[in-house]
Design a protein around this ligand. Structure first.
Ligand code: ADP
Length: 500
């Protein structure tokens, strides 16, 4: 056998083998393979793969290039693909084809011109399904769009920082609006450069522990572009970016107004407490120091009256009486003011008080005015409470003597009762006196507030405000129920258990 023949057989053999390989791949690959003739008409397809991916057999695919199967948005793309294929010999695109059930499936499409042995031009088209990747890409795009819509339209400041605490992303519009910064002012800069020196440590701690634990929150002052400070409450959450680097997403809210209101309130409270304490101190000193000179005025005026009794005419005696009366009234006022200012500062420690005994002692002290006014008393058995003896006696004394004083009946009646609640006792002092219009329920507890002239009913207008202060010190409340001409009931509550 000549070498030529040998070679020819060998070539046949190789050709056969390659053809078999091609047939095997052609029929078994999952990719869709199509062979087109020089007029771009389909000659062969691997039907199995086509059936599996699109549900079509060869004759269905005649429509393939006619367009029905192509996505309407990609027709131009498809034409360009064929142009490249015929002119350049190669073409690629990604596009959607409609399957038999009418759904669009994504493919990556590659085409190549080949030359058949017969010198005829043919084209091989390879289609690989990429729906999964495309869907994931589409989802990612949608979520990116949603995310950027939310961040750009949020009211909060949103930032991404890296592990060096440098800004990598900011929602620019919000930053411009709230803090005056644009992207170029912040991106690549360190967050700490914008933090108030006093909040430096808090910030570093929060950032470090945030990157360690995955979450953090801090309340810090951040510099506005104009140099002023804004209070931000920053919440952060870490995540790994595509290169596996740790990043933190920060969401911050401007709390400057709340912080300012909080500070103003604190300052006002402090100022109020201070001025109250000053006032109490002043009232105490003044009333204490005024007592002595006043006693001198009263007693020397009285001494004057006695010693020069014969030499003074009636008018002079009358003047002296006025002076003594004024001095006595002033003494009352000063005494009441002194007790008012002493409630908080000079109170005694609380001890167990038998309220029956306290009441009896108070009634004994008021014996003279009780007898003079013909007042009758009714009272329930009273409990034991924890309190300051002098102060609780004073409350009883003030309320009972008011019940006697503000009474126009021939036989004033006062009833003292108690009601047991779960956590407190409610004491009540009821009278059948002149009563009070409801519109004065609150104001009568204010210092110096009186509803009558001194001529009608003597008094200083301090008694009820002392009661209120004492009961408040004991953790209770005092209030009134009354109607004009129908008598009044004064209530005060005392907690059964004292909180320490
Ligand atoms: P004062 O008794 O020195 O006037 P208070 O502070 O004790 O001062 O009382 C304030 C005002 O409340 C009284 O002037 C009076 O108008 C009214 N008031 C107090 N207790 C009674 C009462 N039991 N009945 C009617 N009015 C009362």
């Amino acid at each position: 056998m000549s070498d030529y023949l040998k070679d020819n057989n060998y070539l046949d053999f190789l050709l056969k083998e390659s053809n078999e390989k091609f047939q095997f791949i052609f029929h078994n690959t999952n990719d869709l393979v199509q062979i087109l003739n020089s007029e771009l008409k389909i000659e062969y397809i691997n039907e199995n793969a086509h059936l599996k991916a699109l549900g079509y057999l060869k004759h269905d695919l005649i429509k393939f290039l006619s367009g029905d199967i192509l996505h309407p948005n990609e027709k131009k793309d498809a034409q360009k693909f064929l142009k490249n294929l015929t002119e350049e010999g190669e073409a690629v695109r990604e596009g959607r084809l409609r399957n038999k059930s009418g759904n669009w499936i994504w493919f990556s499409i590659k085409g190549r011109r080949i030359l058949e042995l017969s010198d005829e031009l043919k084209y091989v088209i390879l289609l690989r399904e990429i729906s999964k990747r495309k869907n994931a890409e589409q989802k990612l795009k949608e979520s990116e769009e949603r995310y950027s819509y939310i961040t750009e339209n949020a009211n909060d400041l949103i930032e991404i920082i890296n592990e060096n605490f440098e800004f990598e992303y900011i929602n620019e519009e919000v930053h411009k609006k709230l803090l005056g910064y644009s992207k170029k002012d912040l991106i690549g800069k360190k967050l700490l450069n914008f933090v108030h020196a006093d909040d430096f440590l808090t910030t570093i701690k929060a950032l470090k522990s945030g990157f360690k634990k995955g979450e953090a929150e801090a309340e810090i002052r951040f510099k506005h572009k104009d140099g002023s400070w804004y209070w931000l409450v920053i919440r952060g959450k870490t995540f790994q970016d595509i290169n596996n680097k740790s990043k933190a997403l920060l969401i911050s809210r401007d709390e400057t107004k709340r912080k300012k209101a909080e500070k103003d309130l604190k300052d006002t409270m402090k100022e109020l407490k201070r001025s109250n304490a000053d006032l109490e101190h002043f009232a105490y000193i003044a009333s204490h120091d005024l007592q002595e000179p006043l006693r001198m005025v009263a007693s020397f005026t009285q001494l004057l009256a006695r010693r020069y009794n014969d030499q003074l005419d009636t008018e002079a005696h009358e003047f002296i009486n006025f002076a003594v009366d004024g001095a006595k009234r002033m003494q009352h006022l000063i005494n009441d003011l002194l007790s008012y200012s002493k409630v908080r500062t000079h109170g005694q420690p609380f001890m167990e008080l038998d309220m029956d005994i306290i009441l009896q002692e108070v009634l004994k002290d008021l014996k003279y005015s009780i007898e003079e006014s013909n007042t009758m008393f009714m009272y329930d058995p009273l409990p034991k409470i924890m309190g300051d003896k002098l102060q609780i006696s004073q409350v009883f004394q003030n309320l009972i003597s008011n019940g006697i004083k503000f009474n126009d009946k021939e036989y004033p009646l006062i009833k003292i009762s108690v009601e047991s609640k779960k956590k407190k006792w409610i004491f009540s002092i009821r009278d059948n006196g002149i009563g009070i219009e409801p519109k004065y329920y609150d104001s009568i507890f204010k210092i110096f507030k009186r509803l009558h002239s001194r001529k009608e009913y003597p008094g200083t207008g301090i008694g009820l405000s002392i009661c209120k202060k004492i009961i408040k010190r004991h953790g209770g409340e005092v209030w009134i129920e009354s109607n004009l001409g129908k008598g009044s009931v004064f209530y005060f509550s005392i907690p059964k258990f004292r909180e320490r």
